[in-house]
Every structure is written in C-alpha cells, then in structure tokens.
Design a binder for this molecule. Structure first.
Ligand code: ADP
Length: 541
C-alpha cells in the first residue's frame, strides 16, 4: 500500500463510497424507494446501541442526508424490540415518510454493526423481498461485508495518516520509490539534506536527487545504489556509509538503510530508504580522536623530558657541578610549567564546553595591561622584539583582567612561536565609537585562508612544518575566542601566507560614546617600551 504523505494525500477512495453503493443496491433488492443506514462507532458493543447514539456514520440513498438523520433519530427515540428471527420491524413515521419504514439490524456472527431502514409505500414490507429469510440474509450479508470493508478502509486511512505524520516529522531523511526507482515519497528531513523540495523530487529518479558517493568521494554507480540493490535482491541494505552531495554543493556524511517491499496483492515492488545525517557525530568522533592524540603527544613530551633530566640528575655515578645541575633543574621546571599550562587549558576548554565560564568584570585599562603583558614576555625571553604602540587616550573597558591577560599572552606567545626567532612583533590599538580593538601583528609564516576560521575551534592546528615543530594542543585560540565572546567582543585574523598574521580582538567600550574615532598612530600616540627600564619613547629592545 502506498504511504500517504500529509503534504499530498492523493488517494480519492472514500470509505463511505462503497457502502453507499451497497445501500443503493440493497434498496433495489428490497424493492424499497429509499434507504438509510447507520454504523456504530464502537464496532459492536453489548447491548448494541443505535448508530446515531454511538455517534456513528450515516449513509443515505434516495433521501437527503438530513432526512436520513432525522429518521434514524426518531427510530432511536422509540426503538422496537428486535425479533429473535431477525424479521423486519415495521413502523409508520408520518412526519418523515408517508409510507412504511422497515428496520433490520446489521449483524454477523461477531457483532451488531448498525441498522438499516428501508422506506417504501405502505405494505411493501409484506413483499417477498423482505419476508423471505434467505433473501433477507443475503441482503444483510451484503451490507455487513460492505460495512466491514468500509470500517477497514477507515482504519487503514487512519493508520496511513499516522504513519505519514511519523515520516513527515522524522529527523531522518526518508524516501520511497517505485520499482522503476522513481520517487513516490520524500519527507522534509530529506528536503533539508538534499536541498530538493518535495514537489520537485516526486516523480524523479532517486539517484538524480539523492546523489551518493563513497565516504572518500567516489560517485557510486546504479548497480551499487542501495535502493536499486534492495529492489534487485529483495534483501535490505543496512547502515551503509556514504557521502551525500546536496543540490547546493553541500556534502553530508550519511548512513543509509534501504528495504524493498513487495505488495502481496499486486506483486508490485517499492522501496524505502532511511538516510541519517552523521556529520555531527562524525565530527564529535574526530574531535575525540584528535583530543586523545594531541593530549597524549602534548603530555608525553614534557613528561619524557622531565623524566630524562631527573634520572640523569639522580645518577650516583656522576657528580654535577652547581651550574649544570641548575640548568637541568630549570629545564625540569619549564617542562612542569608547560604541563600545568596544558592541564589548565584542558580544564578551561571543558569548562567552556559545559558553559561554566564566569567573568569577573572590572574597570580595565587595556593599554596598561597590554604593555605589562608584553614586558613580562620580553623579560622571560629576552630575544623577542615586541613593539607596542597604543593611543595615549585609549578608553577604559569593563572586563575580566585575568582572562584578558590570558588572551594577550596567548596571542603574543603564538606570534613568537610561529615567527622566525627574534622577528619583530607589533601591537597596535584603536578605539571606535563602540569598541576598543587590539591587534597583534607578526611577520611570520602566515595562515592559509581556508584555515583562518578553523583555527579558533578546539584542537585545530594548521598542519604545516612549523606547527609540527612547535608544541601546542590547538586550544589557545579556542579559549581566546570564548573569553572575548563572553565579553561581547569579537576576535579574528587576517593573514597572508609567508608574510605574517594580524590577530585582533575587540572589547565593547565601557560607555558607548559618539566621540570621533581615535585612530592608532595619530597625534598624541606614545610608543611604549616593553622592557622595563628601557625608557619611554622607544620600542622594546
Ligand atoms: P596551539 O598554538 O597551541 O597549537 P592555538 O589555538 O593557539 O593552538 O593556535 C591554533 C593554530 O593556529 C596553531 O597550531 C597554528 O597552526 C595557528 N596559529 C596561531 N597563531 C598563529 C600565528 N601567529 N601565525 C601562524 N599560525 C598561527
């Protein structure tokens, strides 16, 4: 049986239609002028209520639907006892019908289904048609089987509608095809996945609309199409992974299950395919794998170094002079710092994910903070060259000092890490009417355009020689973005391969003003020294 999709119910066969035909036929057989029939809703309770009482269906032949209802209501008000031999009950209802009204109960061995009334001229009930028990039984039998068929059709239509709703609202894409692979059903999830609208897809070949290729991207031929395979072999195709190429060029990782169905009556085959979008779960899986490999690598390196130095220092067959011992102990300390930084970052990242990042806002002088961070970095690694140039009147912001310090530290550390040793790094700032922008500019290796958005995600690193050489878990920028966005700011990068990168972030001004823009490098700028004690008016170093 075809599945009826709510958007386009096409089946015209009404359950009452065959019953109406049967009633017309019965009226002729009973030699009556008209007839009315009512079916009970509950399908046969004991004691049997009239069809009208149970709110059932009313069918009329030869009289209007309204007259049929009035007639059945009048009969229900004053019911005659039912004779045991099933003989007709005859009445006169002059308000409704000038002649005779004859009622029969519609019942089979299982239950009473309802009543039928025949209307005719006075005395027609005495005719053979209704008095002969065999003809009466045949007449009732015909109406009962028509009623049963009508009830069955109603039930099937209800089920069909329910099934249609399930398919309509299913989160998985569902498509049905006929034996020739032409689409007969296409649900909204399928529309979303393929970018084809239902009305466009119906009637087309399934392989035109649902374009599948192997997970590696090689298109599959008709012989390997899951719907074609299910139809050809009669066996279901279960949970196969494909790449679905949508009409708009989008690629979606999917798993597909296809099953063929053969109708026992018509021997016609059709097939149904369930398409599940697994892009998200695939991403999560990839993230988990990356997490394990990145963290284990990042943890292993410092642990190995610490272990190496510690066991050399512990050797009792070697005596270390104080300088050599201190040098090794310093290396151990550095690696321990690196480990604790990584663990802190991991904790931080999981807190961001759990949505537990809380900011402690305070009035903050971003210019002073930037200079202090740069100074600390230069003090820590004296061969770095950081030049900070900020407008003298950079407005205050309302922000979490520690977190913003972390962002600055991360951006400056990256600029150093991904630039040649000793290369100059510049820090610039500007204020617009709404926000303060700080930029960290390096002349390092740069970042390919296609990676520029990705590197702000968890565990994402650009795969090149420099990042393979440097340590990192790909968490720094992810954390920076979370911090900046939690402040209502933005963070972004502009970069050119081989020429360097500019990482910028903005923070909303504490008080939005309509003051003109303060542009960096303008009058009143001060070039600040980043190494303590070098004096004002010069760059760091
Ligand atoms: P990590 O540096 O620990 O790998 P980040 O999240 O800080 O993680 O950076 C992600 C990636 O972005 C880095 O691995 C690197 O490939 C790239 N990247 C970040 N900053 C720069 C930069 N200034 N120049 C070039 N590449 C950078």
């Amino acid at each position: 049986m075809a599945i009826l999709w709510p958007a386009g119910l096409t089946d015209q066969s009404q359950p009452g239609e065959s019953l109406r035909l049967a009633l017309r036929h019965a009226v002729a057989l009973a030699e009556a002028s008209a007839g009315a029939l009512t079916l009970r809703h509950d399908g046969g309770a004991d004691p049997p209520a009239s069809g009208l009482e149970s709110g059932g269906q009313v069918i009329a032949a030869g009289i209007s639907q309204d007259d049929a209802r009035r007639l059945l209501a009048a009969l229900a008000l004053d019911p005659l006892p039912e004779p045991l031999d099933g003989r007709p009950r005859v009445r006169a209802l002059p308000d409704i019908w000038a002649g005779e009204v004859v009622t029969l109960t519609l019942a089979d061995a299982d239950a009473a289904l309802g009543e039928v009334c025949f209307l005719g001229a006075s005395g027609f009930s005495a005719r053979r048609a209704l008095m002969d028990p065999f003809r009466r039984r045949a007449l009732v039998g015909m109406l009962v089987s028509a009623a049963r068929a009508s009830q069955e059709l109603t039930r099937l239509r209800q089920e069909n509608r329910q099934l249609g709703s399930i398919l309509h609202f299913s989160g998985d894409g569902i498509i049905t095809v006929d034996e020739g692979l032409r689409i007969t059903g296409f649900n909204p999830a399928m529309e979303a996945m393929t970018s084809w609208r239902q009305h466009e897809a119906l009637g087309r070949f399934a392989y035109e609309v649902v374009r599948l290729s192997t997970p590696q991207g090689a298109p599959i031929g008709l012989d390997r199409n899951p719907l074609a395979q299910a139809l050809a072999t009669g066996k279901p195709v279960l949970d196969r992974e494909y790449l679905l190429l949508a009409r708009d060029g989008e690629r979606v990782n999917v798993t597909v299950t296809a099953t063929a169905v053969r109708s026992p009556a018509s021997q016609q085959a059709s097939a149904i395919m369930n398409v599940r979008d697994i892009t998200r779960s695939r991403e999560t899986e990839e993230m988990r794998t990356t997490f394990i490999s990145v963290t284990s690598h990042e943890l292993q390196t410092p642990i190995a170094i610490i272990k190496g130095y510690a066991s050399t220092l512990a050797r009792d067959d070697v005596s270390w002079n104080a300088d050599m011992a201190r040098e090794r102990l310093r290396a151990i300390e550095e690696e321990a710092d690196r480990l604790s930084h990584l663990v802190a970052n991991l904790l931080y990242a999981s807190r961001i994910q759990a949505g537990g990042l809380k900011m402690r806002h305070e009035e903050l002088d971003l210019a002073a903070l930037t200079r202090s961070v740069a100074r600390r970095i230069v003090a820590r690694s004296p061969d770095t060259d950081i030049r900070v140039r900020l407008p003298a009147d950079l407005p205050l912001v309302n922000a979490d000092r520690e977190r913003i310090e972390e962002v600055l530290m991360n951006l400056l550390d990256n600029a150093i890490k991904y630039s040649p040793r000793g290369a100059r790094i510049r820090v610039r700032g500007q204020a617009t009417a709404d926000e303060i922008i700080i930029s960290v500019i390096d002349a390092g290796q740069g970042i390919p355009l296609r990676e520029q958005e990705r590197i702000f995600r968890r565990f994402e690193r650009v795969d090149n020689v420099a990042s393979r050489r440097t340590q990192g878990a790909g968490l720094g920028l992810y954390i920076c973005r979370a911090i900046i966005e939690a402040h209502g700011g933005r963070i972004w990068v502009s970069s050119e391969l081989g020429r360097g990168s500019t990482f910028s972030f903005s923070l909303p001004r504490e008080e939005r003003t309509s003051a003109p823009l303060v542009i960096f490098g303008g009058a009143g700028d001060v070039e600040h020294v980043t190494q303590e004690g070098t004096g004002d008016g010069t760059d760091a170093r």
